[in-house]
Design a protein around this ligand. Sequence first.
Ligand SMILES: C[S@@+](CC[C@H](N)C(=O)[O-])C[C@H]1O[C@@H](n2cnc3c(N)ncnc32)[C@H](O)[C@@H]1O
Length: 270
Amino acid sequence: MLPIERYFPEEEVVILDYATFKKMAAELTQIDLNSYKSQQMDRRINSLMSFWNLQSYDEFYDLLRKDPKRYKDFVKKLTINVSEFFRNAERFHELWQSILPELLKKPQIRIWSAGCSDGAEPYTIAIILHELQAQHRARIIASDVDRVILEKAKEAVYALNEVKSVPEELLPRYFDMRDSFYVLKQPIKDMVEFRAQNLLVDEYEENFDLIVCRNVVIYFTEDAKIVLYQKFLKALNPGGYLMVGGTEPILAYRQMGFENALTSFYRKPI
Ligand SMILES: C[S@@+](CC[C@H](N)C(=O)[O-])C[C@H]1O[C@@H](n2cnc3c(N)ncnc32)[C@H](O)[C@@H]1O
């Protein structure tokens, strides 16, 4: 975080301090900023402040209240939406070869992509299910706190860099080209149901066989992560799996009640 004097030259009267601003912004956005690691959060808030050339936190808060576009940009900045199809492809191949075939011994399964961003993650799962000819046996729910990115997810139009890890033979099977964009085909779009949901605040549905939550908790505090994983455990059916991001192994998985199945996969015991 940059020193506060950088923003507030001595002659200015500062009414809102940073802590109060954060508290008020949290109330406004319903995003508990204290559940995010403070260094990254502070850096993002302060970089926006410089970028928009704001001199005080009062000015910043006022802008967020009055300018819907800036408000959206603020939420977006806090929640960074980077995603792509088959992100860390080897994990999705494990899902394809081993986890989903095991889960599909049941007639119907329920899957939740939590923090789904622009939809690349839940749609990757939909494509794999289609390849396994199980498209009618799975319900995929995908949620994110960012309503703007959910609209992009529903449109399902992607740039080359977002589909670069899709296996070559699958690209023409599941995407149409429009100009230089990749447009996901309707049957795959129809497999995913999108919802706005804040993982830190809102109630969770239950009875999931697979919960995928990747690259979302990286900015959460350790305490927030523990609460989240305990809620995921409760939301899973016995024998169900939690899939996490490559750089976020759950060290205390055993104490939390999970079994470690494969790298990045944790299982709720039967
Ligand atoms: C880096 S993207 C990860 C997307 C996808 N899971 C992946 O791994 O490619 C992180 C997403 O988490 C969402 N997110 C951040 N905080 C959240 C919260 N409290 N509740 C729900 N979603 C949240 C962001 O809006 C963003 O779209």
